[in-house]
Design a protein around this ligand. Sequence first.
Ligand code: SAM
Ligand code: SF4
Ligand code: SF4
Length: 379
Amino acid sequence: MREDRIIPIRPTSAPLPTAPLLRPQGLAHGQVHSPAHATQALRDRLGRPLTDLRISVTDRCNFRCGYCMPRAVYGPGHRFLPQPDLLSFEEITRTARLFVSLGVTKLRITGGEPLMRRDLPELIRQLAALRTPDGERPELAMTTNGALLAPHAQALHDAGLQRVTVSLDALDPATFRAMSDSDIAVERVLEGIATAQAVGLAPVKVNMVVQKGLNDDQILPMVEHFRGTGIELRFIEFMDVGHTNGWNLDKVLPSQAVQDLIARHHPLRELPAERPEDTARRVALSDGSGTVGFVSSVTQAFCGDCSRLRLSTDGKLYTCLFASQGHDLRSLLRDATPDADILARLAALWGARSDRYSAQRHANTPSVASRVEMSYIGG
Ligand code: SAM
Ligand code: SF4
Ligand code: SF4
């Protein structure tokens, strides 16, 4: 092994913080925390509510996108998490249930490639049975590279999955191959998208990470392909997440440049944000043929409304995509810790949160080498 080989970090984890049990009056030890009470209480130090839990179900993937899992790092020698380290479906569902009782209304399954996790529809079935304190179903979504979506879309929908976001960086076969660094044909992803729509997953969205000089010639073909289909195409700025993807600012094509390019071919109209915590700024093609979104975490940070918490495949909680340290939940789940104790710690974790990495990117940023990889923490 070369001395200078880049090794993705498995960050050290800290225990979940303890806090005085947030036990509403009259609630006995071991009884689940009053949801209504908790919903009001859960704000972080910057006043941001916790509404969105992203659940990574595997650190494995059938693609090797250079911006996420470069093959030079995630080659045959890479050691993925051993099976016993993964949270079981029951552990994930218990965690999600606790978070939903604390006010989370959106659950997103991600990875790695979530469809690499065996029996995923069974997890979806368990999560789909959860209810918010108001008796509503939490929104249940998945982000996938789409390669295995066609054969699984129906079962996922039947199990209760509502919506799906498919990552697709190019239509041109050679560019797609270069971006995904896999032998899987782009047609399989397109078939996955079509099947997702056909079985009733809605809305279907498509995410395209734009890297200057690599796939920016695909921006207009992607707009042409997806307008008129009801699918929203979202352009994602290449982010400096992790420390293995060779990021530098020169490789980022700012969203504004993408928008200007599209506007030269299609008049655009700005749309209001649907929800404050939405990551994408949206525009409509003025001819009514569709909408396009921009996720601009490099040039227009959206930390101010960030309401997302991430659960890694091995049960660590991350309060920011750029965190260098996770908080160990798995040991509590496997330790017969009562729900009320875990809830108090989850509330304490969120209450202590002050992350806003993207907003501070150019100032006091943490060491690049200590950042956790996106394929591990979940995108
Ligand atoms: N494998 C699935 C997929 O690709 O959709 C889910 C996991 S992936 C980590 C989630 C999202 O993160 C994808 O849309 C991917 O394009 C995006 N992503 C990964 N690395 C990124 C980076 N460095 N900059 C911007 N987006 C990135
Ligand atoms: Fe795999 Fe998704 Fe990362 Fe690409 S972005 S390597 S598909 S986890
Ligand atoms: Fe949220 Fe961290 Fe991303 Fe800011 S940098 S939007 S706090 S995940």
